[in-house]
Design a binder for this molecule. Structure first.
Ligand SMILES: *[C@@H]1O[C@H](CO)[C@@H](O)[C@H](O)[C@H]1NC(C)=O
Ligand SMILES: *[C@@H]1O[C@H](CO)[C@@H](O)[C@H](O)[C@H]1NC(C)=O
Length: 156
């Protein structure tokens, strides 16, 4: 009889652990951001905006809207080789399901060397730096993998 109870308890424990270990991916605020430079046409795609040939580079920003906990301000802008802002700036907002501190600043230009940092916790996501356009998909993957590690080790 005691050993039966034991097995029952172990089974219960296993079920609980399985439920807890189920991974629900957190939202990465760069997963859906396109950064692409066509080195033949010279055309840039930076998040939601396309910039014509002759554009030197672009910046992608995502920052919390002051005083609106669940809203991000997203900005796309391009610049010339002197870092002067050129052409139209696009700004739009994005609603977060779970409010957190978000700081995304990505600058890219042809020939850039990727130097960036990122941080992630249950209350924060940041990505900050210069990224060569060809490296963007890899950056997104690294950030996603890091998020998964943090989420899993904190029992998410
Ligand atoms: C353009 O990009 C392709 C890959 O996307 C690369 O193989 C090629 O070397 C690049 N050309 C120049 C001039 O940078
Ligand atoms: C982003 O990176 C730049 C350059 O390293 C640094 O000066 C700046 O303080 C960083 N911003 C944040 C919010 O970490």
């Amino acid at each position: 009889m005691p050993s039966f109870i034991n097995i029952f308890c172990i089974t219960l424990l296993t079920v609980c652990c399985r439920l807890e270990a189920k991974y629900v991916p957190g939202v990465s605020y760069i997963d859906n951001v396109v950064l692409y430079y066509n080195n033949v046409s010279g055309i840039w795609t930076c998040d939601r905006r396309t910039y014509p040939s002759g554009t030197f580079g672009c910046q992608i920003w995502r920052l919390n809207t002051p005083n609106i906990a669940n809203e991000l301000m997203c900005t796309n802008v391009c610049f010339d080789s002197d870092r002067n802002i050129k052409g139209l700036i696009l700004t739009y907002t994005q609603t977060m399901l779970n409010p957190k501190t978000v700081y995304v600043f990505v600058e890219s230009y042809a020939g850039a060397k990727s130097v960036w940092t990122s941080d992630y916790s249950l209350s924060l996501q940041s990505i900050n730096g210069t990224i060569a356009p060809g490296d963007w998909p890899e950056v997104q993957e690294i950030v996603r993998a890091n998020m998964k590690d943090v989420d899993e080790s904190s029992g998410q």
